[in-house]
Design a protein around this ligand. Structure first.
Ligand code: GDP
Length: 216
C-alpha cells in the first residue's frame, strides 16, 4: 500500500505536496455517543486524547489554523462524545472525550471509559494516538493508563507536552527529556504551545507520516 503510494508520488513528482494533508481544510464531521454512531470505519485516522484542560481543543485548532473548529466538542452535552473531523475524503482527526475531570460523577467516568475502550479496541482506521499532557504536570494516572493501553494494542503514540510557553527554555527541555526517559521506546515526545505556535510542524509531520499510506 505504502509502496503503491510512493510509486504514484514519484511518478507525479511535484504532486507530492498536493497529496500531503491540508490541515486548514479540516471540517467538523459528526459527534458519536457510541461506536455504532461513528463514521464508517474506513480510511485512516489519528485520535487526540488527554485530561480535560490539557489543551486538546487549542492544539487541534492551532494545527488546523482555525479558531473554533474544536469548540464543537465543548458544546454542552458533547463533552462525552467522540468528535470526528474530516481532513479529506479518506483521513480524519478524532477528538476523544477529555478524561480525569474531578467534578464528574463516577457513573459518568465509567461511561467514558467504556465508551473510549470500545473505540480504542475496535476501530480499524485508528493509526496513532496523540496524548496531550500539561508540560508542568505530565504522566498523571490517566496518562499512564493511556500509555499502557497503547502499548498493549501496539498503537503508535506521540506525546504533546502542552503549554510549553509556561516554562522557560531550560525547564522545557528538562521536562521533555524526563518524559522521554519515563516512557517506552515506541513513544515519541515533543513540547507544544498553541498560542506561541511551538511544535506545530513536528505534530503535523507525525500525523502526515501516520496517515500517508491510506488506501484510496
Ligand atoms: P481541553 O479541555 O483539553 O480541550 O483544553 P483547552 O484547549 O480548552 O485549553 C484549556 C485552557 O488552557 C484554555 O484556557 C486554553 O486557553 C489554555 N491553553 C491551551 N493550550 C495552551 C498553551 O499551549 N499555552 C497556554 N499558555 N495556554 C493554553
Amino acid at each position: 500500500m505504502r509502496g503503491a503510494l510512493y510509486n504514484k508520488v514519484s511518478r507525479c513528482g511535484p504532486l507530492l505536496l498536493k497529496m500531503s494533508i491540508t490541515f486548514n481544510q479540516a471540517r467538523f464531521l459528526i459527534s458519536a455517543a457510541k461506536l455504532s454512531q461513528c463514521p464508517a470505519d474506513t480510511g485512516a485516522e489519528v485520535a487526540f486524547c488527554g485530561r480535560s484542560n490539557a489543551g486538546k481543543s487549542s492544539a487541534i485548532n492551532a494545527l488546523c489554523r482555525q479558531k473554533s473548529l474544536a469548540r464543537t466538542s465543548k458544546t454542552p452535552g458533547r463533552t462525552q462524545l467522540i468528535n470526528f473531523f474530516a481532513l479529506d475524503e479518506h483521513r480524519k482527526l478524532v477528538d476523544l472525550p477529555g478524561y480525569g475531570y474531578a467534578k464528574v460523577p463516577m457513573a459518568v467516568k465509567d461511561h467514558w471509559h467504556k465508551h473510549l475502550d470500545e473505540y480504542l479496541r475496535n476501530r480499524q482506521a485508528l493509526r496513532g494516538m496523540i496524548l496531550l499532557m500539561d508540560i508542568r504536570h505530565p504522566l498523571k494516572e490517566f496518562d499512564v493508563m493511556m500509555l499502557e493501553w497503547c502499548a498493549e494494542a501496539e498503537l503508535p503514540l506521540h506525546i504533546l507536552l502542552t503549554k510549553a510557553d509556561k516554562l522557560k527554555k531550560g525547564p522545557q527541555k528538562s521536562s521533555v527529556l524526563a518524559v522521554r526517559r519515563a516512557v517506552p521506546d515506541f513513544v515519541t515526545v515533543q513540547a507544544f504551545s498553541a498560542p506561541k505556535q511551538v511544535g506545530l510542524d513536528e505534530l503535523g509531520a507525525k500525523i502526515q507520516y501516520w496517515l500517508e499510506d491510506v488506501e484510496e
